[in-house]
Design a protein around this ligand. Structure first.
Ligand SMILES: NC(=O)C1=CN([C@@H]2O[C@H](COP(=O)(O)OP(=O)(O)OC[C@H]3O[C@@H](n4cnc5c(N)ncnc54)[C@H](O)[C@@H]3O)[C@@H](O)[C@H]2O)C=CC1
Ligand SMILES: O=C1C[C@@](O)(C(=O)O)C[C@@H](O)[C@@H]1O
Length: 288
């Protein structure tokens, strides 16, 4: 006679990164765990406070495994340097060269990326009719690469990438072109020219964050017929989102990416599909 193995209900998770004290992810994960009938604990492990840098990551991962962690989110400055320390990488994380979710399973560390799928899902919920549009992406760092990947994966006709650091814009475009073809993505310095033929604009720079006030693009380029998205979510209503709304543009603020990276990670960690609407409501409570 075989005995059925009961489904896992207890999970120990964490976030490894620097300067993460204000993260809302622990609250989102723990609340959704509770609501799903799981005993889920999520700890912040702030490398900055511990005096740990990139060279210490292998040791940090090792003790996470030894102490029984089931999974980790990984953020700045570890999303790239974690890759060689993993046993397996999903295709999307490989293509992006970045991991934000590590699942420990059967003695192996599996790398995943829910940043791109998080932004993508938030975008599709708000603007499902805009997935095939041409878009201009400003900011080619970690968040920008994830947004570019999501836009192209979901069917954007073309993405033009602008960054004050032109080498970063080029590197991001080259990486995305390898996956999606160089007829669909390019780096450019001609923001006005590219926006003139685009239907959408995404800000993936820190401009507009608390402490970094301002607009990432000149105000006169924000036309009423553009849709406008921001990845910044402190504050939720950035200057860009505020201006775009006031001009009648359809908008996708940064909170959606913050929630849906957690939705995707929850599913990888636990194997349970979370209630995304409940997580959105909880995020709204946390940020109101
Ligand atoms: N909503 C969410 O869940 C998430 C939001 N973020 C936010 O995204 C923002 C960017 O984060 P990362 O990509 O990690 O930063 P990063 O530093 O890797 O990249 C930012 C890029 O923007 C460029 N840049 C800065 N100002 C610019 C301007 N005015 N015009 C053109 N390019 C400019 C920089 O050269 C850099 O390449 C941060 O504010 C962060 O809080 C990041 C991750 C998730
Ligand atoms: O970059 C981020 C933000 C985050 O670090 C947070 O603090 O919520 C959580 C990560 O999973 C995600 O990739």
């Amino acid at each position: 006679m075989t005995t059925a193995v009961p489904a896992r209900t207890s999970f120990l998770l964490g976030l490894f990164g620097a300067g993460i004290a204000g993260s809302l992810t622990p609250a989102m994960q723990e609340r959704e765990g509770f609501a799903s009938g799981l005993n889920l604990t999520y700890r912040l492990v702030d490398a900055e406070r511990l005096g740990y840098g990139a060279d210490d990551l292998a040791e940090m991962l090792d003790w996470a495994r030894r102490f029984g962690f089931d999974g980790l989110n990984i953020t700045h400055p570890f999303k790239q340097v974690v890759i060689p320390l993993l046993d397996e990488l999903s295709d999307d994380a490989y293509d992006l060269g970045a991991v934000n979710t590590v699942v420990f399973r059967d003695g192996r560390a599996l790398g995943r990326n829910t940043d791109w799928s998080g932004w993508g899902r938030a975008f599709r919920r708000r603007l499902p009719d805009a997935v095939a549009d041409r878009a201009v992406l400003v900011g080619a760092g970690g968040a920008g690469s994830a947004v570019g990947y999501a836009l192209l994966e979901q069917g954007a006709e073309h993405v033009s990438i602008v960054d004050v650091d032109t080498e970063k814009a080029q590197a991001c475009a080259t990486r995305l072109a390898k996956r999606f073809g160089d007829d669909r993505v390019r780096a450019t310095t001609d923001l006005a020219g590219e926006l003139a033929t685009a239907q959408g604009l995404v800000n993936a720079t820190p401009t507009g964050m608390t402490g970094h006030p301002g607009l990432p693009v000149p105000a006169d380029l924000v036309r009423e017929d553009l849709w406008v998205s921001d990845v910044v979510y402190f504050p939720l209503e950035t200057e860009l989102i505020h201006l775009a709304r006031s001009r009648g543009c359809r908008v996708v603020p940064g909170g959606g990416m913050a929630v849906f990276q957690a939705v995707g990670a929850f599913e990888y960690f636990t194997g349970v599909t979370p209630d995304a609407d409940r997580m959105v409501r909880h995020f709204e409570e946390l940020t109101s």
